[in-house]
Design a protein around this ligand. Structure first.
Ligand code: FMN
Length: 156
């Protein structure tokens, strides 16, 4: 298996999870805007953050290009794990990567930047994930990192 971790992260939440995945896979990691040629890799772990109910735009561009590869999808989000705002976005990621073999998925909360929290709290219409966003503070935490490492071990 030749693996690589590709991640998208604005405020480092997803990067922290990506580092744990890369450690477990014992492989390199690259930011999504500097992927280069991935033809040689048969396994790609893709980490992304959620924006407007979907994978972030850079990851949306990447996922359709992974046809024929084994793909592990992981995400961080303000939404609570296992709720529709988180699960629907992961479903969108799977759909975008439909030419690939999805080997597993993982997601955990990721602290939402204070400025973003303030901005949204002033809006009349708040997005469905916002109710859970305060609880994402401090995530990903040690338990999230342990959980993703366990998920990768199981996958291997
Ligand atoms: C502009 C913006 C839009 C966001 N939209 C969503 C969303 O639709 N659903 C969600 O669960 N979290 C949303 N979030 C929260 C981020 O996905 C979350 O904080 C994530 O952990 C950030 O990851 P990063 O630190 O790797 O950039 C949004 C954050 C920002 C800044």
């Amino acid at each position: 298996m030749k693996a690589i971790v590709i991640y998208s992260s604005q405020t480092n939440n997803t990067k922290k999870v990506a580092e744990a995945v890369a450690t477990e896979l014992n492989c390199a990691m690259k930011p999504v805007n500097d992927v280069g040629d991935i033809a040689d890799y048969d396994t790609v772990a893709v980490g992304f953050w959620l924006k407007a109910g979907a994978p972030d735009p850079s990851t949306q561009d990447l996922l359709p290009k992974l046809s024929g590869k084994k793909v592990f999808l992981f995400a961080t989000h303000g939404a609570a794990v296992g709720t529709p705002p988180a699960d629907n976005a992961m479903a969108k990621a799977k759909e975008l990567a439909k030419g690939a073999e999805i080997i597993d998925t993982f997601s955990c909360p990721g602290e939402v930047a204070e400025k973003v929290m303030e901005m949204i709290s002033k809006k009349d219409q708040k997005p469905p994930w916002f109710g859970a966003a305060h609880a994402a503070k401090g995530h990903p935490d040690v338990d999230d990192i342990a959980a993703v490492k366990a998920a990768v071990k199981k996958m291997l």
